[in-house]
Design a protein around this ligand. Structure first.
Ligand SMILES: Cc1ncc(COP(=O)(O)O)c(C=O)c1O
Length: 379
């Protein structure tokens, strides 16, 4: 892969904000532009081809997740929608409980907290720095129905040990739900190895595709435990049977897809996942971890800089968060921005998130810039 051609953003900007929204690879923008052009020239005459691309995306999503069947893949509007379908669809009894990290992104807290009026207790767990999985597993009790985690936390970038959590869920008969939006596209994810029951991941971060689409994988036995909240024409294997009179729920993941899908997003994501598979998820992860290793090591050496992210390589993915003492995170992010280094403020920290294609020279440039800002503060 010619990285300079595929990622023209590197010519113009230091983009260290993939944990928010990624620039699109050239192939993705070409595929979406072709779709736009085609629509203008001949409307939806290409509909059959769009359906073929949709089917290819489901197959590719399976390969990315090491999942068995594309019938277990639903395409939904975003990560939050998938998580809501799970939280809202389970047949809860008053007194049931759900466990999740207290500092997780709102999308993996609010749908569980919203179940309070059904008598469901939300157990928001403060993660122990040395053994975060132990805190989550210890919170599982006889009333627990679901453990739901972001596999990579959006602020510190902590990567959880999914196999350990999945094994514990199996032992306790608890459903295991993974929000993988900060993971999929950055690191490999294997639904079998992790013992996941549900995985949801939006397209616009590490998968580098348009916004407004998410891959939602569900294990059939887990899916059976959900009531389908939706009814619509497109969830059936014969969607053009418009005479259907009774709502019923198909036993495939298309039960989450009642109506017309986001074709522009599907075309973009299909190309993006193709690129990720072609590059090899293992190689992508290796290169990304080399970059976050270097950021970690470099930041640690700068006087006045503190690190909020894990130091160990196997605890990280694509996020490194830091602060400069006596400076606000907003000020530091704004100063980096002025130098065309694009980061994000999350809480009191500055979050850096390169992707595998980011040149090492841009990491060095960023470290130098942070060192200058830290020195200026102290002086
Ligand atoms: C961990 C996590 N989950 C969910 C979301 C939101 O995803 P979506 O907009 O696809 O619902 C984010 C976005 O920042 C996130 O970091």
């Amino acid at each position: 892969m010619n990285l300079a051609e595929q990622f023209p953003v590197i010519d113009r900007h230091v983009w260290l904000n993939h944990a928010a929204i990624s620039p699109w690879p050239a192939a993705v923008s070409r595929a979406v532009a072709d779709y736009v052009e085609d629509n203008a020239r001949r409307g939806p005459l290409g509909y059959g081809q769009w359906l073929d691309i949709e089917a290819r995306l489901r197959e590719r999503a399976c390969r990315l997740l090491n999942a068995d069947s594309s019938q277990d893949i639903a395409l939904v509007a975003n990560t939050s929608t998938g998580l809501n379908r799970i939280a809202g669809g389970l047949d809860w009894s008053s007194g049931d409980s759900v466990v999740f990290p207290a500092n997780d992104f709102p999308s993996n807290r609010l749908p569980w907290l919203a179940l309070a009026d059904r008598g469901v207790k939300a157990h928001a767990v403060t993660l122990n720095d040395n053994d975060p999985e132990r805190s989550l597993i210890a919170a599982i009790g006889p009333s627990t129905r679901v453990l739901s985690v972001s596999s990579v936390l959006y602020d510190t970038g902590l990567r959880l040990d999914l196999k350990r959590l999945g094994d514990a869920c199996k032992r306790h008969g608890v459903l295991f739900c993974i929000d993988a939006i900060q993971h999929l596209g950055a690191l490999p994810l294997d639904v079998e190895l992790t013992g996941a029951d549900f995985v949801v991941a939006g397209s616009h971060k590490w998968m580098m595709a348009p916004e407004g689409l998410a891959i939602f994988w569900s294990r059939p036995e887990a899916r059976e435990q959900l009531q389908t909240l939706d009814s619509g024409w497109r969830m059936f294997s014969d969607p053009f049977n418009f005479e259907r009179e009774y709502p019923c729920s198909p036993d495939t993941a298309s039960c989450f897809e009642p109506g017309t899908l986001n074709t522009a997003g599907i075309i973009g994501l299909n190309t993006a996942v193709d690129l990720l598979l072609e590059h090899d998820p293992g190689a992508t992860a290796g290169r990304l971890l080399d970059l976050t290793d270097r950021l970690t090591e470099g930041l640690m050496k700068i006087p006045g800089v503190g690190l909020a992210s894990p130091l160990e390589r196997d605890r990280r993915a694509g996020i490194v968060s830091f602060w400069i003492s006596e400076s606000s995170a907003e000020e530091v992010t704004a100063s980096l921005n002025l130098r065309d280094i694009h980061a994000a403020t999350r809480g009191k920290r500055v979050r850096l998130s390169p992707h595998f294609y980011t040149p090492m020279a841009q990491i060095e440039q960023t470290l130098k810039c942070v060192a200058d800002l830290a020195a200026r503060r102290k002086g």
